[in-house]
Design a protein around this ligand. Structure first.
Ligand code: B12
Length: 433
């Protein structure tokens, strides 16, 4: 057996809980490479520190990997900042083990060096971890205290073997969905998103469908896509759908899409594949004239194929064209998606073009919401809010189709045909507290 690698999931955020699919993929790849991975999932652990101590004593790993999926909850108000708890957890690892600690995960892109130094880790990876982790673990490279940041490389063509419904019973009971990917990376250039312009690597459609079929076979027939946006490449998306229809006919799934990059045939295939909910990511950046028409057309085509659409609208950007938000709201009022969630409170992360734009202008800086510590590093949550929720409420004139982001701790798939699963309003939370 190759080196022993402990994979720790520290994510205890439960709105909703999320199965650590990134670590499942890495675990599969490490096993394929002859390593001995072991998973320590702390999601539902009441005593995580004790679990860490006992696991390290029992398993004695040569490398410890910690996934950082979110650095914060991005919601405002009631923002939760997750890095301090992860830093404490890594301290606990150090107290019981001399193994180097490597961090990686979807949150890393926000500020790789900053996250490394905040958490006191030895090295970090940005991007997919499957291939690079095996390389750095086997290279004998000095990782301890190295401060090195490695760039993830495209994963191999795997049909990942994954935890099944029994293994994930607690997740499923508490409202989580199984997940799968069709590609990594995103070619869009959204100035507010840390996934923008990350290297795109399309997975083999046959492998994707086989993974989905295996998840369904294990009892998980309700899944959520874990791509940035499904319609990265229409030809590839269509091939994936054809394979899913063939291999996994009983699938029910929710997905993310971006405006444009679609055809009526793509929506027909989506309907046949069991897609029931599209989250369409819309913004008020400068786009060509077809943008708003595309949004209406996509909502219409989705309806025609029996699929609901929730629009995630990000607006109130610095330098936004005057009247564009109003025009976007009018378009949505006419197109009537199932719901439109509007967010005008932007999380400013160090790497984002939008952050530079805000910080470089006195006029924009006036709209920063900062807890004091944040602006120095931008690691702890700092927001930009030019349009307040109150102003938004006036603009949407009480239309119940519109919801203001941050008012409730839910994601779109939890709002199902008028029935909200585990829906908890801030008022209810206060009563409980
Ligand atoms: C799908 C998704 C969801 C779905 C998940 C559904 C499901 N069944 O899993 C839902 C809708 C539930 C969701 C919810 C939330 N999400 Co979300 N989500 C995503 C999305 C699009 C994909 C994540 C994913 O699973 N990717 C697929 C897996 C395979 O990739 P991965 O986890 O990144 O792992 C790979 C690499 O990162 C790396 N890696 C991972 N760990 C490690 C560890 C080591 C040591 C190494 C070396 C490498 C490594 O290798 C892995 C394999 O290639 C990402 C954006 C993105 N494209 O990354 C946002 C994203 C992760 N979400 C985000 C947020 C904010 C949230 C919420 C907080 C939203 C909210 N306010 O409600 C919640 C949090 C829920 C929770 N409990 O954590 C943010 C986090 C940003 C931040 N500030 O840190 C992201 C990055 C979106 C964004 N651009 O802002 N989400």
């Amino acid at each position: 057996m190759g080196k022993k690698v402990l994979l720790i999931n520290p994510n205890q955020y439960l709105h909703p809980p999320v199965i650590p699919i990134g670590l499942e993929y890495i675990s599969h790849a490490l096993k394929q490479g002859g390593y001995e991975p072991s998973m320590l999932d702390l999601c539902f652990e009441d005593a995580p520190m004790q679990q860490i101590a006992s696991t390290l004593a029992r398993f004695a790993p040569e490398v410890v990997c910690v996934t950082i999926r979110n650095i914060d909850s991005v919601l405002y108000p009631d923002t939760e900042f997750f890095l301090p708890a992860i830093r404490d957890l890594i301290k606990e690892v150090r107290a019981h083990s001399k193994a180097p600690v490597i961090v990686g995960g979807a949150g890393m892109g926000a500020d790789p060096k900053g996250i490394l130094s905040f958490t006191g880790s030895d090295a970090g990876v940005v991007g997919p971890g499957e291939s690079i982790l095996a390389e750095i673990v086997s290279s004998g490279e000095q990782l301890k205290n190295s401060g090195k940041i490695f760039k993830g490389t495209p994963p191999g063509d795997y049909v990942y073997s994954r935890g099944d419904a029994t293994y994930h019973a607690e997740y499923l009971e508490k409202g989580a969905l199984g997940g799968f990917t069709t590609h990594t990376g995103c070619s869009s250039g959204c100035p507010y998103c840390m996934e923008a312009r990350t290297a795109v690597c399309l997975r083999n459609p046959v492998s994707v469908a086989q993974e989905v079929a295996a998840l369904i076979g294990s009892g998980m027939d309700h899944l959520h896509l874990c791509d940035p946006e499904f319609n990265e490449n229409i030809d590839h998306a269509s091939q994936v759908l054809r394979q899913i229809i063939k291999e996994a006919p009983s699938l029910k799934w929710a997905l993310y899409m971006r405006p444009g990059h679609f055809s009526p045939a793509l929506f027909e295939l989506l309907g046949k594949s069991g897609a029931y909910l599209i989250t369409l990511s819309v913004d008020t950046c400068k786009h060509d004239n077809s943008y708003l028409n595309n949004i209406s057309e996509m909502i219409r085509l989705a309806k025609e194929n029996g699929i609901s659409t929730c629009v995630d609208l990000l607006a109130g950007l610095p330098d936004e064209e005057e009247g564009l938000l109003e025009r976007t709201l009018e378009t949505l009022s006419r197109a009537k998606p199932k719901e439109a969630v509007i967010n005008t409170t932007l999380r400013l992360q160090k790497v984002l073009p939008i952050t530079r734009r805000v910080l470089n202008s006195e006029a924009h800086r006036r709209h920063i919401i900062d807890n004091g510590a944040g602006l120095k590093s931008l690691l702890s949550p700092v927001f930009y809010q030019r349009i307040t929720p109150g102003q938004l409420k006036d603009m949407t004139r009480g239309d119940p189709m519109f919801r203001i982001a941050g008012e409730e701790k839910i994601v779109n798939y939890q709002v199902d045909d008028g029935q909200v699963n585990d829906r908890q309003t801030d008022a209810e939370q206060e009563i409980e507290d």
